[in-house]
Ligand binder design. Sequence first.
Ligand code: ATP
Ligand code: LTN
Length: 326
Amino acid sequence: MRIFSGIQPTGSLHIGNYFGAIKQWVDLQDKNDCLFCIVDLHAITSPYEIKEFESKVLEKAIVYLSAGINPEKAIMFVQSKVKEHTELCWLLNSITPLGELQRMTQYKEKSLKQKKKECAGLLNYPILMAADILLYNTDIVPVGEDQKQHVELARDIAKRFNHLFGETFTLPQAQLPKQGARIMSISNPKEKMSKSGAPENYISLFDSPKDIRKKIKSAVTDTEKTIKYNKTKKPGISNLLTIYSLLSDKKIRDIEDEMKDKSYKEFKESLAELIVLKLEPFRKKREELLSREVYVREILKKGEEKASVIAQSKINEVKNKMGLYS
Ligand code: ATP
Ligand code: LTN
């Protein structure tokens, strides 16, 4: 199977990104043909720091490697280095109805937040994402829940293209993890954990033990005392139970049993220690890679070369099908 997924070089990668996306990537890379992209062209649709941008891209490559992506098995590359992504994006623009873009949840949320700074790229964002996916004849797109709608749109665009111009694209399918597809913010459990939000809302994969303990201590819960999963009535505790379950590989029911005589404070203390312990290998690997920029750049270069071969052949096929000048 061909697998494609990507993450924007914004903010700090958090445990939501890990459980929603990257953990699936690591599991899939052994038996599939995987491409994992750093989608810098998506990130420029929101305001960003020009001077820091390149280092953010490199940092994400380090993060992929620290989290377990093996460059011998999977292709890792930077989106803007393979120009066929933008080229296909333009071609797909011409067959994507405006109404479908306007109803995208992420667009509605982000355009509200960006108000006057909203650019056309924010609306067209899912077309570029469709181009990323379709360029590689992708079967499976491992993502968190918030991206499911975009993958479905990519599938609709592929169907429309195939109908108009003849069989060209594989129809992609989103793959969400059974648990952890939507980790909530620990400071506001009604919203999703987000790396462009305030640092108190997420646990970064690389937070120091001190920060982890502090953030978990002040995580929002409720005024009751029972450690019980109830997503609607107790979103904070339910989110913390989910995180505990994912990190410990224990069922939520078993954790509830184990914790039934414990206070919220005690539960939070054991959760914080579990997070500190489980994230330690990520922190160590990252520290080691931070001083190996040449090696990381080399991996991205090789990835770019391999991705370009596939992308070039696909874009030629697409242009032919569309009847463009050859
Ligand atoms: P931003 O706040 O900049 O939009 P983000 O935290 O939403 O960033 P993305 O780069 O948009 O992260 O997402 C990367 C991947 O992580 C996507 O597959 C997305 O679905 C997944 N993901 C993001 N947030 C969560 C979350 N809270 N729980 C589970 N998966 C998530
Ligand atoms: N929009 C996605 C990132 C992304 C992506 C992709 C994910 C861009 N292109 C292709 C999967 C496949 C996000 O997580 N914000």
